[in-house]
Design a protein around this ligand. Structure first.
Ligand SMILES: Cc1ncc(C[n+]2csc(CCOP(=O)(O)OP(=O)(O)O)c2C)c(N)n1
Ligand SMILES: [Mg+2]
Length: 533
């Protein structure tokens, strides 16, 4: 007999899932029975929040979802924060959890790991949360999950299996993936409307968000045909190549770019929420002077933050391809646009403050030492600066938790997940001394897996960002000067290589060595020194 848990594992494999992150407990062991007969690799983090962030980093670096096996109750509450981060940035993660026996559900009799309602907890953090009451539902609910991941706005999905359902007979249940629909294309009438607006535009501007990560070629075609200046959000970094003559990078909150947004007669915003962690305008709202065309796979998103003249419900690549087709005959003064973009880029570089320039030298050293690097960042000083100036070589190479939900402790497990997905690319975690202390236990996971990961710890001995924020507002700096442990000793204790960088050249040398090391390397960067490098 094959149990529901065993068939689930087989089905996950048939959908292309190859990695599952989980900490087994008595409630989930029956999910593990089928693992040896599958191609699924199981990774054990040291905390379920780590499992969620690993699956998040895995998906952001590769575009492919991973699964998490999570125990009832505390496992699920532990992963909830990671679901919040993935939900906010539209990242696909499949969380499979157990839940108490069907006959015990909602009785509140004090069963082990019991919550009054697990689904109520995850419903607000996922595209959907489903309780599997019958093995026959399995192919349907998994098809629904992969429809979200592949065809809609990707977000986490939670499926919980009661203990008696995991072990129920599922011999008769389908074990192969259901073909999932392709992504939806645009209404031709809307494309014609948008193309008409864009043809008349004298000063068009294109904003590319994380939802256009897979649309590099078509985005480029539209930008170039229109002779439009283009900015990306942080999650859109890399859609246009770093040296693209029409690109302003991801510099949205800088005054010259805000000026462009106000003066553009048509703004084409693709796959972006235009939320405050995209625009980085925390104290004011985005002001768009001209007509707005928005493209999004989520119809509700088309109405949030900025209302559009033309709202196109579509996969971003399909819409951009259709637009490029309609605009083929369009003639724009591209040379003039190149010159304007170049002048703006010079202005933008001039605007960087001294610390931002030091962060830029630091990040350039990282990029130069590790071509093709994936940077998984936390919420720390060089990350905020790099959000403005960093030019990723391609999509899926730069992401961090200062966007969306803004969770400290993300970078280490996310980098670990990214490295598992992209073994051939160098992966770096960039995290502050405060952030690292949230998830430092995942160093053990990286050592266990012999992952050649570089963990850059930006050490300013405190919650620097909040300290600065308090100072600016005349608030006493309470709770921000935290005790800082000896990270090098701790890392060595975990079995990592560990070293303090002495200069940019030394940092580069260590980064290169870290790629050849048999496990992770923690590289401490003393902020006071690094600001002078
Ligand atoms: C889970 C969580 N708790 C608290 C915060 C609030 N917070 C944002 S930045 C920050 C300081 C982070 O310190 P560190 O990681 O050392 O980075 P630094 O700003 O010092 O470079 C804090 C406490 C948060 N974003 N996430
Ligand atoms: Mg700090």
């Amino acid at each position: 007999m094959a149990t529901c848990g065993e068939v689930l594992v087989e089905l996950l494999g048939s959908y292309g899932i190859d990695t599952v992150f989980g900490i087994p407990g008595v409630h989930t062991v029956e999910l593990y029975r089928g693992l040896p007969n599958s191609k699924l690799r199981h990774i054990t983090p040291r905390h379920e929040q780590g499992a969620g962030f690993m699956a998040d980093g895995y998906a952001r670096a590769s575009g492919r979802p991973a699964a998490c096996f999570i125990i009832t109750g505390p496992g699920l509450t532990n992963i909830a924060t990671a679901l919040g981060q993935a939900y906010a940035d539209s990242v696909p993660i499949l969380v499979i959890s157990s839940v108490n026996n069907t006959r015990d559900l909602a009785l509140g009799e004090g069963r082990l790991h019991e919550l009054p309602s697990q689904r109520a907890l995850t419903e607000g953090l996922t595209a959907f949360s489903h309780t599997l009451l019958w093995p026959d539902e399995l192919p349907h609910v998994l098809a629904r999950a992969f429809a979200v991941f592949n065809s809609g706005r990707p977000r986490p999905v939670h499926i919980e299996l009661p203990l008696d359902v995991i072990t129920a007979n599922a011999d008769h249940v389908r074990r192969t993936a259901v073909p999932i629909s392709g992504r939806a294309g645009p209404d031709p009438a809307k494309i014609a409307e948008a193309a008409a607006l864009l043809r008349q535009a004298r000063r068009p501007l294109v904003v590319l968000g994380g939802g256009a990560q897979h649309a590099s070629a078509s985005a480029r075609a539209v930008v170039e045909t229109l002779g439009a200046l283009a900015v990306t959000t942080i999650n859109g970094k890399g859609i246009l190549p770093p040296d693209h003559p029409l690109s302003l990078g991801s510099t949205l909150p800088q005054p010259p770019v805000l000026g462009e947004l106000t003066h553009a007669d048509v703004v084409l915003a693709v796959g972006t929420e235009l939320g405050e962690t995209d625009t980085l305008l925390f104290d004011s709202r985005l002001r768009l002077g001209g007509k707005v065309i928005r493209v999004d796979i989520d119809p509700e998103q088309l109405t949030r933050n900025v209302l559009a003249e033309v709202a196109i419900l579509s996969d971003s690549d399909l819409a951009l391809r259709a637009l490029a087709g309609q605009l083929q005959q369009h003639k724009a003064d591209v040379a003039a646009a190149h010159a304007r973009a170049q002048a703006l880029r010079v202005k933008l570089q001039d605007l960087l403050t001294e610390p931002q320039r030091a962060h830029q030298r630091f990040m350039s050293a990282v990029q130069e030492a590790l071509p093709g690097v994936v940077v998984a960042g936390d919420s720390t000083q060089p990350v905020y600066s790099a959000n403005l100036f960093y030019q990723a070589e391609r999509s899926r190479s730069y992401f961090n938790s200062s966007t969306g939900y803004g969770t400290l402790g993300y970078a280490l497990p996310a980098a670990l997940g990214a490295k598992l997905a992209e073994r051939d690319r160098p992966v770096v975690a960039l995290i502050g001394d405060g952030g690292l202390q949230f998830t430092i236990g995942e160093l053990a996971t990286a050592v266990e897996l012999s992952l050649p990961l570089a963990i850059l710890v930006w050490n300013n001995r405190g919650y620097g960002e909040i300290k600065r924020y308090m100072a600016e507002r005349g608030i006493p700096q309470i709770g921000v000067d935290i005790y800082t442990p000896d990270f090098l000793a701790i890392a060595r204790g975990f079995g990592c290589q560990a070293i303090r960088a002495e200069s940019l050249a030394h940092l580069q040398d260590q980064l290169r060595q870290a790629q050849r090391a048999p496990g992770p390397t923690l590289i401490e960067i003393d902020e006071a020194s690094a600001l002078r490098w």
